[in-house]
Design a protein around this ligand. Structure first.
Ligand SMILES: CC(C)(COP(=O)(O)OP(=O)(O)OC[C@H]1O[C@@H](n2cnc3c(N)ncnc32)[C@H](O)[C@@H]1OP(=O)(O)O)[C@@H](O)C(=O)NCCC(=O)NCCS
Length: 191
């Protein structure tokens, strides 16, 4: 019924809509997006699709051909990536020894499932897919964070074998929970 596939530029409208909606993130005031926001977001998504370090996968409902799920992650290496503010950002909040010695980890950016298709295991499958893709790239750790109020997202991660490594503000006063999962080849056999 659903196909999980790599996103392409044909999926940009969907990706931009989900990214700008920012569901699961607390905003002080209602979000109003300008045309410039849409253009910037579209450019960002195009760069994601074309960057070999970034993985974007979508779930498509085969019956309606509608896109019903999205996951975006970045395959990182702390040892050889440029020391930009964006790259150093997480290390301001997390101890270096949380990350593998070889510096390689997957950072989960975006996870979304259409409300009509929730609680059917789609997010679980998307996250499992990232595990396999990480292992294929010899990456053995996944990092994610979510707001403390998203207890269902925390539960989803705990069910998948993630463990909490930090709880506190990141980038603003909202309390966020940081979770990691250390992967073993067992994950390869679970699909
Ligand atoms: C979070 C989200 C991706 C979950 O997608 P999903 O496909 O419904 O998740 P799954 O069906 O794989 O759920 C797996 C488990 O997670 C937990 N879970 C997920 N959604 C839950 C909810 N709304 N309430 C309680 N538990 C929930 C449950 O333990 C669930 O297992 P169960 O259904 O057997 O009880 C989806 O609700 C969503 O897109 N939310 C908006 C975007 C968002 O918040 N993204 C994360 C931001 S960090």
């Amino acid at each position: 019924m659903f196909t999980l596939r790599v996103a392409s530029e044909a999926d940009l409208d969907f990706m931009v809509r989900i990214d700008l909606a920012d569901e699961g993130i607390t905003h002080e005031c209602p979000q109003r997006h300008t045309k410039a926001d849409f253009t910037r977001c579209r450019q960002k998504m195009i760069s994601y699709i074309n960057d070999f370090r970034i993985g974007v996968w979508v779930y498509e409902d085969r019956i309606s051909s509608c896109l019903v799920g999205l996951i975006i992650c970045r395959f990182r290496n702390l040892l050889n990536e440029p020391s930009t503010d964006a790259n150093l950002f997480l290390l301001k909040y997390l101890e270096r020894d949380i990350f593998p010695e070889n510096g390689r980890f997957t950072e989960l950016y975006q996870l979304w499932v259409d409300p009509e298709f929730r609680r059917q295991g789609l997010a679980t499958n998307l996250k499992r897919h990232i595990e396999i893709e990480s292992l294929r790239r010899s990456v053995n750790m996944i990092y994610t964070h979510t707001e403390e109020v998203n207890s269902h997202v925390i539960d989803l991660n705990l069910k998948l074998g993630y463990r909490e490594v930090r709880r506190g503000p990141i980038c603003n006063e909202v309390i966020r929970v940081s979770l990691i999962k250390n992967l073993t080849t067992v994950e390869l056999n679970q699909t």
